[in-house]
Design a protein around this ligand. Sequence first.
Ligand SMILES: [Fe+2]
Ligand SMILES: [Fe+2]
Length: 273
Amino acid sequence: MNLKNSQTFKNLARTYAGECQARTRYEFMEYGARSQGFKALADIIDDIAYNEFNHARMFYSFIQTADKQTITNIHIDAGYPFKEKWDLMENLRLASEDETDEATKIYPEFARVAEQEGFKDIAGLYRNVIEVEKQHIAILSELYTQMKNNTMYSRPTPVVWKCSDCGYAQKAMEAFKCCPLCHAKQGAVLLKIDALSKPSASLAVSQNATASKVSAGKSGGMKTTASSAKSTTAKPSSPKTSSAKPSASSATKKPAVKPVPKMGGKPTSTSTR
Ligand SMILES: [Fe+2]
Ligand SMILES: [Fe+2]
Protein backbone atom coordinates (compact mmCIF):
# COMPACT_ATOMS: atom_id res chain seq x y z
CA MET A 1 0.00 0.00 0.00
CA ASN A 2 1.13 3.52 -0.75
CA LEU A 3 1.82 5.37 2.50
CA LYS A 4 0.29 8.62 1.31
CA ASN A 5 -3.05 6.96 0.64
CA SER A 6 -3.10 5.01 3.86
CA GLN A 7 -4.78 5.46 7.19
CA THR A 8 -1.32 5.24 8.72
CA PHE A 9 -0.35 8.46 6.93
CA LYS A 10 -3.15 10.30 8.72
CA ASN A 11 -2.29 8.58 11.97
CA LEU A 12 1.31 9.74 11.62
CA ALA A 13 0.10 13.32 11.20
CA ARG A 14 -2.14 12.97 14.26
CA THR A 15 0.74 11.52 16.21
CA TYR A 16 3.12 14.26 15.15
CA ALA A 17 0.63 16.90 16.29
CA GLY A 18 0.12 15.08 19.58
CA GLU A 19 3.83 14.76 20.29
CA CYS A 20 4.40 18.45 19.50
CA GLN A 21 1.62 19.42 21.87
CA ALA A 22 2.89 17.06 24.56
CA ARG A 23 6.31 18.59 24.29
CA THR A 24 4.88 22.09 24.62
CA ARG A 25 2.77 21.13 27.64
CA TYR A 26 5.89 19.76 29.31
CA GLU A 27 7.72 22.97 28.54
CA PHE A 28 4.86 24.88 30.19
CA MET A 29 5.16 22.61 33.20
CA GLU A 30 8.93 22.87 33.27
CA TYR A 31 8.71 26.66 33.20
CA GLY A 32 6.20 26.70 36.01
CA ALA A 33 8.24 24.29 38.13
CA ARG A 34 11.42 26.30 37.65
CA SER A 35 9.55 29.49 38.50
CA GLN A 36 8.55 27.92 41.78
CA GLY A 37 12.10 26.88 42.60
CA PHE A 38 11.70 23.19 41.75
CA LYS A 39 14.90 23.16 39.75
CA ALA A 40 15.63 19.41 39.87
CA LEU A 41 12.02 18.56 39.04
CA ALA A 42 12.08 21.05 36.16
CA ASP A 43 15.18 19.33 34.77
CA ILE A 44 13.38 15.97 34.78
CA ILE A 45 10.38 17.47 32.98
CA ASP A 46 12.73 19.10 30.50
CA ASP A 47 14.19 15.69 29.68
CA ILE A 48 10.70 14.33 29.05
CA ALA A 49 9.92 17.30 26.80
CA TYR A 50 13.05 16.50 24.82
CA ASN A 51 11.91 12.89 24.46
CA GLU A 52 8.63 14.14 22.99
CA PHE A 53 10.52 16.38 20.58
CA ASN A 54 12.42 13.36 19.34
CA HIS A 55 9.25 11.30 19.05
CA ALA A 56 7.78 14.12 16.94
CA ARG A 57 10.93 14.20 14.82
CA MET A 58 10.79 10.47 14.10
CA PHE A 59 7.11 10.46 13.17
CA TYR A 60 7.63 13.55 11.02
CA SER A 61 10.48 11.82 9.24
CA PHE A 62 8.23 8.93 8.29
CA ILE A 63 5.63 11.37 6.95
CA GLN A 64 8.30 12.82 4.68
CA THR A 65 9.02 9.41 3.15
CA ALA A 66 5.51 9.40 1.69
CA ASP A 67 6.29 11.86 -1.09
CA LYS A 68 9.40 13.27 -2.70
CA GLN A 69 7.43 16.41 -3.50
CA THR A 70 6.60 18.95 -0.84
CA ILE A 71 3.71 17.85 1.34
CA THR A 72 1.75 21.04 1.65
CA ASN A 73 -1.02 20.15 4.06
CA ILE A 74 -2.41 17.10 5.75
CA HIS A 75 -6.00 17.48 6.86
CA ILE A 76 -6.75 15.54 10.01
CA ASP A 77 -9.57 15.39 12.48
CA ALA A 78 -8.47 14.57 15.99
CA GLY A 79 -9.00 15.44 19.62
CA TYR A 80 -6.16 16.53 21.88
CA PRO A 81 -6.00 17.13 25.63
CA PHE A 82 -6.35 20.66 26.97
CA LYS A 83 -6.82 19.71 30.61
CA GLU A 84 -3.84 21.27 32.32
CA LYS A 85 -4.21 24.60 34.09
CA TRP A 86 -1.88 26.23 36.61
CA ASP A 87 -1.28 23.70 39.35
CA LEU A 88 1.99 21.81 39.11
CA MET A 89 0.95 18.81 41.19
CA GLU A 90 -2.32 18.42 39.32
CA ASN A 91 -0.48 18.79 36.02
CA LEU A 92 1.81 15.91 36.92
CA ARG A 93 -1.25 13.75 37.44
CA LEU A 94 -2.94 14.92 34.24
CA ALA A 95 0.20 14.45 32.17
CA SER A 96 0.44 10.90 33.47
CA GLU A 97 -3.18 10.42 32.43
CA ASP A 98 -2.47 11.72 28.91
CA GLU A 99 0.56 9.46 28.61
CA THR A 100 -1.57 6.52 29.66
CA ASP A 101 -4.05 7.24 26.88
CA GLU A 102 -1.21 7.29 24.38
CA ALA A 103 0.52 4.20 25.66
CA THR A 104 -2.50 1.98 26.23
CA LYS A 105 -5.09 3.09 23.67
CA ILE A 106 -3.99 5.40 20.88
CA TYR A 107 -0.55 4.12 19.90
CA PRO A 108 -1.39 0.42 20.20
CA GLU A 109 -4.26 1.03 17.76
CA PHE A 110 -2.04 3.03 15.39
CA ALA A 111 0.56 0.25 15.55
CA ARG A 112 -2.09 -2.33 14.73
CA VAL A 113 -3.31 -0.33 11.73
CA ALA A 114 0.25 0.23 10.48
CA GLU A 115 0.96 -3.47 10.77
CA GLN A 116 -2.27 -4.30 8.96
CA GLU A 117 -1.41 -1.90 6.15
CA GLY A 118 2.04 -3.40 5.77
CA PHE A 119 4.12 -0.66 7.38
CA LYS A 120 6.11 -2.80 9.77
CA ASP A 121 8.77 -0.19 10.49
CA ILE A 122 6.14 2.34 11.49
CA ALA A 123 4.36 -0.22 13.65
CA GLY A 124 7.73 -0.96 15.27
CA LEU A 125 8.31 2.73 15.95
CA TYR A 126 4.93 3.02 17.65
CA ARG A 127 5.64 -0.01 19.82
CA ASN A 128 8.99 1.31 20.92
CA VAL A 129 7.63 4.78 21.63
CA ILE A 130 4.90 3.16 23.72
CA GLU A 131 7.58 1.79 26.03
CA VAL A 132 9.08 5.24 26.49
CA GLU A 133 5.66 6.72 27.20
CA LYS A 134 5.16 4.04 29.82
CA GLN A 135 8.32 5.16 31.49
CA HIS A 136 7.06 8.74 31.39
CA ILE A 137 3.96 7.51 33.19
CA ALA A 138 6.11 5.94 35.89
CA ILE A 139 8.21 9.08 36.37
CA LEU A 140 5.24 11.43 36.45
CA SER A 141 3.35 9.17 38.83
CA GLU A 142 6.28 9.09 41.23
CA LEU A 143 6.69 12.85 41.11
CA TYR A 144 2.98 13.33 41.72
CA THR A 145 2.91 10.89 44.63
CA GLN A 146 5.98 12.40 46.28
CA MET A 147 4.61 15.91 45.95
CA LYS A 148 1.22 14.88 47.27
CA ASN A 149 2.66 13.00 50.24
CA ASN A 150 5.40 15.51 50.99
CA THR A 151 8.06 12.87 50.54
CA MET A 152 10.02 14.57 47.78
CA TYR A 153 12.71 15.71 50.21
CA SER A 154 12.06 13.39 53.09
CA ARG A 155 12.68 9.71 53.78
CA PRO A 156 12.00 7.48 56.80
CA THR A 157 15.66 6.47 56.96
CA PRO A 158 18.82 8.43 56.14
CA VAL A 159 19.68 8.65 52.45
CA VAL A 160 22.20 10.61 50.43
CA TRP A 161 20.91 13.94 49.10
CA LYS A 162 22.93 15.62 46.40
CA CYS A 163 22.93 19.19 45.20
CA SER A 164 22.47 19.29 41.43
CA ASP A 165 24.31 22.60 41.25
CA CYS A 166 27.58 22.00 43.09
CA GLY A 167 27.51 18.26 43.77
CA TYR A 168 27.61 18.54 47.56
CA ALA A 169 26.14 15.38 49.12
CA GLN A 170 24.85 14.74 52.61
CA LYS A 171 23.26 11.72 54.25
CA ALA A 172 20.14 12.54 56.23
CA MET A 173 16.43 11.82 56.50
CA GLU A 174 15.59 15.30 55.24
CA ALA A 175 17.19 17.04 52.29
CA PHE A 176 19.03 20.22 53.24
CA LYS A 177 16.89 23.33 52.89
CA CYS A 178 19.88 25.27 51.65
CA CYS A 179 23.04 23.71 50.24
CA PRO A 180 25.83 24.15 52.79
CA LEU A 181 28.34 24.53 49.97
CA CYS A 182 26.76 26.67 47.24
CA HIS A 183 23.61 27.88 49.03
CA ALA A 184 21.27 26.58 46.36
CA LYS A 185 17.81 26.05 47.78
CA GLN A 186 16.14 22.70 48.33
CA GLY A 187 14.63 22.66 44.85
CA ALA A 188 18.11 22.00 43.45
CA VAL A 189 18.47 18.74 45.39
CA LEU A 190 18.38 15.78 43.00
CA LEU A 191 15.13 13.86 43.32
CA LYS A 192 14.88 10.19 44.12
CA ILE A 193 12.78 8.70 41.35
CA ASP A 194 12.99 4.93 40.95
CA ALA A 195 11.84 5.06 37.32
CA LEU A 196 14.87 7.19 36.48
CA SER A 197 17.36 4.65 37.72
CA LYS A 198 15.88 1.53 36.24
CA PRO A 199 13.92 0.85 33.09
CA SER A 200 10.41 -0.37 33.52
CA ALA A 201 9.80 -4.09 33.40
CA SER A 202 7.78 -3.65 30.25
CA LEU A 203 10.64 -1.76 28.62
CA ALA A 204 13.15 -4.48 29.42
CA VAL A 205 10.82 -7.16 28.11
CA SER A 206 9.97 -5.20 25.01
CA GLN A 207 13.58 -4.50 24.16
CA ASN A 208 14.34 -8.17 24.24
CA ALA A 209 11.26 -9.01 22.26
CA THR A 210 11.66 -6.42 19.54
CA ALA A 211 15.38 -5.91 19.22
CA SER A 212 15.58 -8.22 16.28
CA LYS A 213 12.80 -6.36 14.50
CA VAL A 214 13.61 -2.86 14.78
CA SER A 215 11.79 1.56 20.89
CA ALA A 216 4.77 20.12 46.99
CA GLY A 217 1.52 20.83 46.52
CA LYS A 218 3.00 24.04 45.29
CA SER A 219 1.63 26.07 42.49
CA GLY A 220 3.31 26.00 39.15
CA GLY A 221 2.25 24.89 35.76
CA MET A 222 1.98 27.22 32.85
CA LYS A 223 0.79 30.48 34.27
CA THR A 224 3.10 32.80 32.49
CA THR A 225 3.12 35.39 29.81
CA ALA A 226 6.80 35.03 29.15
CA SER A 227 7.60 34.58 25.52
CA SER A 228 9.96 31.72 26.06
CA ALA A 229 9.53 28.65 28.16
CA LYS A 230 12.96 27.25 27.39
CA SER A 231 14.83 26.28 30.49
CA THR A 232 18.03 27.46 28.96
CA THR A 233 16.74 30.93 28.36
CA ALA A 234 14.05 31.38 30.95
CA LYS A 235 15.44 30.84 34.37
CA PRO A 236 13.01 32.83 36.47
CA SER A 237 13.41 32.96 40.19
CA SER A 238 14.90 29.59 40.83
CA PRO A 239 17.30 30.23 43.65
CA LYS A 240 20.99 29.89 42.97
CA THR A 241 20.44 27.77 39.95
CA SER A 242 23.41 28.36 37.83
CA SER A 243 22.54 25.94 35.08
CA ALA A 244 19.51 24.54 33.35
CA LYS A 245 21.59 21.75 31.89
CA PRO A 246 19.59 18.54 31.73
CA SER A 247 20.59 16.01 34.32
CA ALA A 248 22.85 13.22 33.27
CA SER A 249 20.41 10.80 34.78
CA SER A 250 18.11 11.34 31.85
CA ALA A 251 14.69 9.89 32.33
CA THR A 252 14.58 7.65 29.36
CA LYS A 253 17.16 5.33 28.03
CA LYS A 254 16.75 4.95 24.31
CA PRO A 255 14.85 1.82 23.43
CA ALA A 256 16.00 -0.32 20.58
CA VAL A 257 14.33 1.63 17.81
CA LYS A 258 15.18 0.87 14.24
CA PRO A 259 16.58 4.07 12.78
CA VAL A 260 13.88 6.12 11.14
CA PRO A 261 14.48 7.79 7.79
CA LYS A 262 16.88 10.70 8.07
CA MET A 263 15.32 14.04 7.44
CA GLY A 264 17.41 16.68 5.74
CA GLY A 265 20.58 15.16 7.10
CA LYS A 266 20.22 17.13 10.28
CA PRO A 267 21.39 15.27 13.35
CA THR A 268 19.36 15.16 16.51
CA SER A 269 21.89 17.35 18.23
CA THR A 270 20.70 20.31 16.22
CA SER A 271 17.42 20.25 18.02
CA THR A 272 15.85 23.42 19.25
CA ARG A 273 16.64 22.54 22.77
FE1 LIG B 1 6.02 10.91 23.11
FE1 LIG C 1 5.59 10.91 26.83
